[in-house]
Design a protein around this ligand. Structure first.
Ligand code: CP
Length: 337
């Protein structure tokens, strides 16, 4: 094999937390996602993307329910030619024989080149990444959701969606972004809020019932970053003053006692059709999905509703991210269209 055919070794890039991204990384990811999407316009373009990583294998280890993160990562792997295996139910793995999660994940690293994992256990990805870094085969870990803690790739696709939506409105800097719902246990809100601190003069509004206010750790992080933010129970004023509204559902899977969330009045934190005439003309309505009754399906028809695009943006952002993690992004050249 000639030297040009060998696969160069590089430092392992894990995706673990929104804390690890700076503004140049976010700008690079958005630009790369835009470039990659241009290949989607032709069969030749899609075959080119498939030629990027056909020599690589990935494991999707999702032991917490997921529809769009799982499918978008699986599709992203297929788009760049990666062969993806999956475990979604740990009762089908040797964990039932008493194998630790750490040993299971180390085992995956014997067979694949990338591990994408969702787990209910906060901090597990970081532990596994540190463990693998000590081994001769430290494959990258991508955190696809870690309990109520972090969802960094959701935050990346949310930034991409905001960036794209504000392209003709001077971008994300200076915008007022309102997060609504269960802000205490919503990992998407935690990760996205951290990324929004990277943009100048952003104003964050957190609208929730008192029981679901943001956690003190996020509050301290935001204070330290210098970003302007307010917390309110006045949903109607918050949404009418915002350039983007980020709705979220109640995260009752993390209830500490049966019916804990049912005891909280969330009825005033639902976006209904009648609100549409009160929000800004260019307002961007987002939701990480899945939704319940906090977001009226009647809003889907409004051009300001971006959550279905947001979902699809997720697949393309993850394609771009995988190429970066696997060191294939430098080879991508703009297609001739
Ligand atoms: N937004 C999100 O993480 O959706 P899923 O739980 O369906 O993956």
């Amino acid at each position: 094999m000639s030297p040009s055919n060998t696969i160069p070794k590089q430092k392992t890039m894990h995706i673990l937390s929104a804390d690890q991204f700076d503004r140049p990384f976010l700008d690079r990811l958005c630009d790369l996602t835009d470039t990659i999407r241009r290949f989607d316009k032709s069969k030749e373009g899609l075959l080119y993307l498939q030629s990027l990583l056909p020599h690589r294998r990935a494991m999707l280890y999702f032991t917490q329910p997921s529809t769009r993160t799982f499918l978008s990562f699986q599709s992203a792997c297929h788009i760049v030619g990666i062969n993806a295996s999956e475990i979604r139910d740990p009762s089908t793995s040797s964990e039932v024989k008493g194998e630790s999660i750490e040993d299971s994940l180390r085992t995956f690293s014997s067979y694949v080149d990338l591990i994408i994992m969702r787990s209910p256990v906060p901090g597990l990805c970081n532990r596994v990444a540190a463990l693998l870094d000590e081994t001769p085969r430290p494959v990258p870990i991508i955190n696809a959701g870690s309990g109520p803690d972090e969802h960094p790739t959701q935050a990346l696709l949310d930034i991409y969606t905001l960036n794209r939506s504000f392209k003709n409105h001077e971008g994300i800097p200076g915008k007022t972004i309102c997060m609504v719902g269960d802000l205490k246990r919503g990992r998407t809100v935690r990760s996205l809020s951290k990324l929004l601190t990277k943009y100048a003069n952003v104003n964050l509004i957190f609208a929730s019932p008192p029981e679901f206010k943001i956690g003190d750790d996020l509050r301290q992080t935001l204070k330290k970053s210098g970003v302007h933010f307010t917390e309110t129970t006045d949903f109607e004023s918050a949404i009418s003053n915002s350039d983007a509204i980020y709705m979220t559902r109640i995260q009752d899977e993390y209830d500490k006692s049966a019916g804990e969330s049912k005891g909280v009045d969330t009825s005033k934190f639902c976006l209904r059709e009648h609100h549409l005439k009160k929000i800004k003309q260019h307002c961007v309505i987002m939701h990480p999905l899945p939704r319940r009754d906090e977001l009226d399906p009647a809003i889907d028809r409004d051009p300001r509703a971006k959550y279905w695009r947001q979902e699809r943006n997720g697949m393309w952002t993850r394609v771009a991210l995988i190429t970066m993690v696997m060191g294939a992004d430098q080879n991508i050249l703009l297609p001739e269209l």
